[in-house]
Design a binder for this molecule. Sequence first.
Ligand code: NG1
Ligand code: MG
Length: 539
Amino acid sequence: MTVSDPVPLVSALDAIYSPAGVLKNGKRWDDLASQFKALFGGATPDFIARAPGRVNLIGEHIDYVGFSVFPAAIEKDILMATKVTYAASAGAQADGVEVVLKNTTPRFKETRFTSRYQDTNSVALLNEGDERWANYFKVAFKGLHPHLPSHILADTNDRRPSRIEVLVDGTIPPESSLSSSAAMTTCSSIVVLEAFGARQLIDRKEMAEVAIESERLVGVNSGGMDQSASIFSIPNHALFISFYPTLAVQPIQLPPSEPDHVFVIANTLVVSDKKVTGPVNYNLRVVETRMAARALAKYLGLSEAKADGCKTLRGVQEAYFAHADIQTEAANSAEVAETLERYGAEAARLKIMELKVEAAFASKREGLTRQEVEAATGYAGPEFEQEFLSSFPIRADTFALYARSKHVFTEALRVLVFQSLCSSTSSLSADKGASVYTSLGSLMDGSQASLRDLYNCSCPELDEVISIAKANGALGSRLTGAGWGGCTVHLVPKPKVQSFIQAIRTGYYAKKFPDLTEEQLQDACFDTQPAGGACVYKV
Ligand code: NG1
Ligand code: MG
């Protein structure tokens, strides 16, 4: 079978679905189609959906705050070989659809669920067990259901699917911060749209927005970086993704156009499952940034401090600059003036907010107790519970508002500078390109220091891999994704890649995981080229 690559367009909705060119790994697709046949009684899949994982190059833990991030899709992905049976052809008058999900990874057990056409109430999520992986498909289905064409759901001619059979094959290591979860949600969304004949009705932006919203049902209060990266990416480009005032993406080629530096991913192989640890790490961080936003808004004396607009640190920044004047602030601060001159107004705003954070939490650099947060935010008692504790369970004695908000504003600024370095230098000579890479590397190092010291989401294994990387030629090294385990990303000059990977193998894997096979090692540490985004291939 010859399979083909999607056309790299960003906004046209056909783009996800129009194949052109030849995909590298045809064998994997052939194998998947034959496995499908073997597992589903000799049937051939109608199509294969694909959604990639991503590596975030810079901009960590700021998507849910409303600031822009800079990831790229990777080659590792989720494939879903799918066969759809329509009620009429099955000779039955169905009132709902049965979905059968199998996985090529044995520990993810076969599961099936049924849903009526008119509502998805009977589709229940599982909190534990080896069928839980199917939750991602279920939430995608539940989220998209209101968007499915009503004439099909109520179809008297029976073009409604009565059965959707799916074989899932994933190469993204789960719970390793390369976004296997969002790839599952995204890939499932494509399957549902395709099966219900709805792909012309919903564009990528809407699909991303629905996927972002749906995935939260799985129990993580996540931002929108991962689903957006999986849906919008195009080969050889990173994606500058903005969330404010609305979701927008800008593909950016990494400089110079003929890459002499590459990104290497190294997995610590320490698994971090946010669905389990969320109350003390990821979901808690989201709440801490929300508390910091309310506290900062109150400190700044914003009249709308308690309005929805000031729920996030980004919102507070917008509210503040609705009245404040950057020039005046620049006149009072050399740091602000310099940032304004070098990087422009948006960067200066972030610098100003960083200074406001310093002032607002001057007497409280360490964590605040609940009582102190109540005083700082003006939310107390039931109002406090409702505002901060009602959406996802969290567990903490103190809340590190200074450290979290300082990370957010400084990281958002690093993203802007990183993006502007990439955009302005794509046509530079190799010489100049080299110094640009040095600057990109320092921004990545700055990000890591902030994640480790202010956001406290690194861990000893991440720190160890990063220190080996820095001693062996990486220009920049950081954790990628949520942290607390999972993967690291490194910017490495091309000629050094082999020795770099070897150094990580001997310095880290040989000591911590001496039993890994060659195949597992290749899977754990590899160089990556930005890959294309979600698509569907007709077999
Ligand atoms: P990972 O680690 O890939 O699950 C998570 C969030 C992102 C973002 C990053 C931190 C999910 C689905 N994704 O990514 O939205 O907040 O952490 O930058 O939870
Ligand atoms: Mg994830």
